[in-house]
Write a protein that binds this ligand. Sequence first.
Ligand code: BGP
Length: 456
Amino acid sequence: MKNFPENFLWGAAMSAPQTEGQSLNFGKTATTWDYWFQIAPEKFHQNQGPAITSGVYDHYLADCQRMQEIGLNSLRTSISWARLLPDGKTVNQAAVDFYRQYFSAMLDHGVEPIINLFHFDMPMWLMEQGGWENRASIEAFAFYAQTAFELFGDLIKKWTTFNEPLVHVECGYLYQYHYPAVVDFQRAIQVGYHTLLAHKAAVKVFKAAEQAGEIGIILNISPTYSKSEAQADLSSAFHSDLLNTRSFLDPAVLGTIPDELITLLRENQLLPEVEAGDHELIKENLVDFIGLNYYQPRRVQAPEEARMPAQMPSDFYAAYDWPDKKINPYRGWEIYPEALYDVAIMMKEAYNNIPWYVSENGMGVAEEERFMKDSGEIEDDYRIEFMKEHLNYLHKGILEGSNCFGYHAWTFVDCWSWLNGYRNRYGFYRLDLKTLERSVKKSGRWIKAVSENNGF
Ligand code: BGP
């Protein structure tokens, strides 16, 4: 039996844009996802857009009951900025009513809400002004954060500012998976820098208001594993860590941007525009806790050719395909649970053993109806196995003193995934796309037992 610390959070994660639906109704204005789907629906798996998703806007009451039914004691979702402040300034009362009822219903069912402010869902009104490239986005986000803290602060005790800020930087400005789908390293760095400042500005507002509760940020993390001990590979791994791990984790927890990252950007003419006062904003305003999303390890090797100045991250490091890897063929991601132990030790040793939790971990599988029993239940033993393996390594890290306070699976009910629509399913509950009915999978019954026993 693996026992986890007292009051350990067992839960699931989701996001507003991937679950709410009613995407252009009840006062909500468009985000980049609504807009992109409108102009380029062919980019989206089976033309599945953000309009309906899992219909949580209408199903939230029964969903909160379902959370309790499978033993979840906590759940992370996000507020939609474009729903709460449709023009960035005016509060939408329908949104306030919805979120207050939703969060209250969670609490009524013994589920602690962890509420995130930005999950890749840039409001169109701000995108039209340049989105995160425009420095004005920092103040706009701080205003949104303050509004949310004031309206929901009596219900929410754990806030996070961003989910995986690196992802909207990379996907929007390097790899073309998110709107505006441009390829420009310099702009990507500026977007990342403004995102970091927006995070810091929100933390500042939170602390200034002497808000009850705690604030953190959710980062997608993997240690970087080098192909070999050769100097060139190790140096690539170091650069990968600087850009992918330390770029947000160091300033969030330690209040510093690594000197080596600044040097690397300077040498490659990639430094962002900086203003007086930024340094203090970054130095102060540290987080109370960290959420780490982990799905797959990052493995790198030295690139065969590197341009100077760099045009893309691949000029610093190339992906390394480990021949011995185990893979989830549906998502194409390597399965390497050992990394959760390495992450746990990294948090303990390099980040002052700050409280942290696994804010996402999970396995997306296509055509899960193949595993449906006569009773209608999806027998997702592969998912249970995946989570057990990861929890085993997490447990080992906790036993060695890492300050981890929870484990959240992605996700609660199968949800809509950006360009992948409903192809890969992750939920403890299956979603019927025609009726929006939810039915519990075997993993949902399993997590209930894990939560009740605080271990397995
Ligand atoms: C994380 C995101 C989630 C979710 C998950 C699964 O990076 O925070 O929003 O989508 O990945 O990934 P995908 O949906 O691409 O399969």
